[in-house]
Design a protein around this ligand. Sequence first.
Ligand code: UDP
Length: 244
Amino acid sequence: MKKTEKIEKIYEGKAKIIYSTDDPDLLIQYFKDSATAFNAKKKGTIQNKGILNNKISSIIFKFLEERGIRTHFVERLDDREMLIKRLKIIPVEVVVRNIAAGSLSSRMGIEEGRPLKDTVLEFYYKSDKLGDPMINEYHIKAFDLSSPEDIKKITESALEINRHLVEFFDNRGIRLVDLKLEFGHRVYSDENNGEILLGDEITPDGSRLWDKETEKRLDKDRFRRDLGGVEEAYQEIYERVSRS
Ligand code: UDP
């Protein structure tokens, strides 16, 4: 098969760079070591995070594809690069929660680690400038961020992805506390608004992963909260998700 060639940088975010390729329908996603928290007010570097996140995300997207979830993932190219389908990202971040932590614990005044009676699903408006404010379906409709039909599809898909991943991580001794998902419409060179696929990444940057026995945090909270052993935690997650 012909190797897809990288052409030019089209977007640089806080943790990833996106490049166009000689195939107009495909992009390359490059994972950096930089880490940010608290709306980029805290900045740092986590050694090898890019390599570990590229590998972790590739394994998880492959697993989800095997479970029938449509994603942007095509293949991992090398240490830091992944080939993906071109998407137009819907500017709504979906957070799914199984256990209280982070902003939910603060908002509701409950301790972290409290299991929830039912899964919680939240929407945030994807805007760095505004610090990703929390929104609901009325805001999405009123500000035309997405259609009600698409939001219904995304909601169902997010809950299904969460069910698969709770099981996936549980089999590896990890509790999936919460995770953030992004979706987009496939963009083809000759047509717009293709089917909705899961995009972005699934890594310890955008999910909370706790050891099942000890409740040790194995995710970006170690960086946010200066808990130390950040790289080791990402490495531990990589080793556990590599288990078949
Ligand atoms: N999250 C993310 N990007 C954001 C905000 C949150 O990936 O801009 C993830 C975060 O890592 C966690 C989940 O979404 O796994 C829920 O985060 P929360 O709302 O508790 O926010 P936080 O406490 O991280 O500010």
